[in-house]
Design a protein around this ligand. Structure first.
Ligand SMILES: Nc1ncnc2c1ncn2[C@@H]1O[C@H](COP(=O)(O)OP(=O)(O)O)[C@@H](O)[C@H]1O
Ligand SMILES: O=c1ccn([C@@H]2O[C@H](COP(=O)(O)OP(=O)(O)O)[C@@H](O)[C@H]2O)c(=O)[nH]1
Length: 355
């Protein structure tokens, strides 16, 4: 799984505005099974705060349109000056410029899970995005809040932003009501807009957001399970071990009622004599996962249960099969590279009846 960062540390440089090729960025984005989520809401509704939590818990990359523009405004020359003037007036920067900055940032990130925060803000933004990027979000998180709450938060935000003053805040609210709300309405007809009450504690808001990511987690876990089984089928210990917690515990028919712990016996089974015949046999075959069920027990823990069917001979007419009921307990843990990855921590296998 790729690393996750926020644009607060990593913004596009000014020269990129000239050199970016939107078509190239778009095709690259399309080729990597992109999971795009838009996060919208009024100024001070808590978009950035919740994006940070999504980054931390679900390993997304956070691209804030406002942050990308603020980085750009510090560039020398007319473009920087123009952006600064517009932001301080609470107005919108021309759509082509914002879209190119977002696509440029996307093209630089290896992560396929991306949050776009604070965009699109009006119908023209959306139209240019659709035309230039053509990428649909999985869903849109709309954090709602009253202006009173948002205003109080913005005035005490203390991020040194020139636009967090009462006069500009009022202009930003007006723009949100007149231009952004209609875009959100438009998305209601073409994508899932998930309305979240932003007037709760940060943790309570996140508790509402958390389950929205379950389908993405489920897809990741099924892929991890498939990759782990491919490692087993092909006798590739390295590919298998990548998904295993070092203290992996296992109950399986071979272990004769004993709980086996750690990777030593696993490694032995991949390498050594008595089981080699069996591994050689299965090397030519492939596991088929039947009726998988993924239960998310929290952002960090999940159960994956399925029946694994193994055909024992490669001849198509030979109907000899083995089937196992298997349950894996998975946990998302930080690896040495600082990224959180799913690891199998416990695994239970029993022989399933076959017909
Ligand atoms: N649920 C919340 N409760 C209280 N304060 C919050 C909450 N969410 C965000 N804040 C605070 O409000 C301010 C604005 O939040 P931020 O995430 O920057 O909003 P946005 O990105 O929507 O402009 C920040 O100072 C943040 O710490
Ligand atoms: O797509 C965008 C996003 C932001 N902005 C500008 O950047 C400012 C700050 O936006 P951000 O999302 O960072 O902050 P918010 O207003 O939501 O607190 C906005 O008022 C606009 O001037 C813009 O022009 N286009």
């Amino acid at each position: 799984m790729a690393s996750s960062t926020t644009t607060r540390n990593k913004a596009a440089g000014p020269q990129d505005l000239e050199t970016i090729s939107s078509a190239a960025a778009t095709s690259e984005a399309q080729s990597k099974n992109l999971k795009l989520v838009f996060v919208t809401g009024g100024p001070g509704s808590g978009k950035g705060t919740q994006c940070n939590k999504i980054v931390e818990h679900f390993g997304f990359e956070h691209l804030s349109a406002g942050e990308l523009l603020r980085a750009e405004q510090n560039s020398d020359g007319e473009i920087g000056k123009m952006i600064k003037g517009l932001i301080n007036e609470g107005k919108l920067v021309p759509s082509e410029m914002t879209v190119k900055l977002i696509l440029n940032a996307m093209s630089k990130c290896s992560n396929n899970k991306i949050l776009i925060d604070g965009f699109p803000r009006n119908d023209e933004n959306r139209e240019v995005w659709d035309r230039v990027a053509g990428l649909k979000p999985e869903f849109i998180i709309f954090i709602t809040s009253s202006e009173e709450v948002m205003q109080n938060r913005l005035l005490s935000r203390n991020e040194g932003r020139d636009d967090d003053n009462l006069e500009t805040i009022r202009k930003r609210f007006k723009l949100f009501n007149e231009q952004t709300l209609p875009v959100i309405k438009h998305y209601e007809s073409i994508a899932a807009v998930q309305k979240i009450n932003g007037m709760q504690s940060v943790e309570d808001v996140f508790a509402e957001i958390r389950p929205l990511f379950n389908p993405i987690l489920q897809e990741e876990l099924l892929q991890a399970t498939a990759d782990l089984l491919t490692g087993l089928d092909t006798g590739n210990y390295k590919a298998y071990k990548r998904y295993c917690h070092p203290a992996l515990s296992i109950f399986e028919p071979d272990s004769q009622g004993q709980l086996v712990e750690g990777m030593d016996l696993r490694k032995f089974k991949f390498n050594v004599g008595s089981v080699t015949d069996r591994l050689t046999l299965t090397q030519r075959l492939r596991s088929t996962v039947v009726t998988p069920k993924v239960s998310i027990l929290g952002a960090e823990v999940a159960l994956v249960s399925y029946t694994r069917v193994l055909k024992l001979h490669s001849h198509p007419d030979d109907g000899d099969v083995e089937a196992y009921n298997e349950t894996g307990v998975w946990q998302r843990l930080k690896s040495d590279d600082g990224c959180k990855n799913w690891k199998l921590v416990h695994y239970h296998r029993s022989v399933a009846p076959t017909i």
